[in-house]
Design a protein. Structure first.
Length: 86
């Protein structure tokens, strides 16, 4: 059973322009490609979020030196940010 969803006019025009370019066989192919990209983007976002949680958990459980014990943690340290950037 196929579901139908109405597209906004600007989205419909975009789909039609992709199909008319000859790159896609029809609206279904355009939407499949778009949803595939969205799924990959969501996976990447989830992986980054998981990495952030792991770094923050490591920072919170790491032994503290005397200076850091008295200072509350309000944001990730430079070390945590550097690990995420790597």
């Amino acid at each position: 059973m196929a579901n139908q969803t109405a597209l906004l006019p600007e989205h419909q025009n975009l789909v039609e322009s992709f199909v008319s370019s000859g790159r896609y066989d029809g609206p279904h192919a355009v939407l499949t490609a778009a949803l595939t990209l969205l799924r990959e983007k969501e996976r990447e976002r989830a992986a980054r979020l998981s990495a952030l949680h792991a770094v923050l958990a490591a920072e919170l459980t790491a032994p503290k030196n005397a200076e850091s014990v008295s200072a509350p943690i309000t944001r990730p340290t430079g070390t945590a940010i550097a690990r995420l950037s790597a």
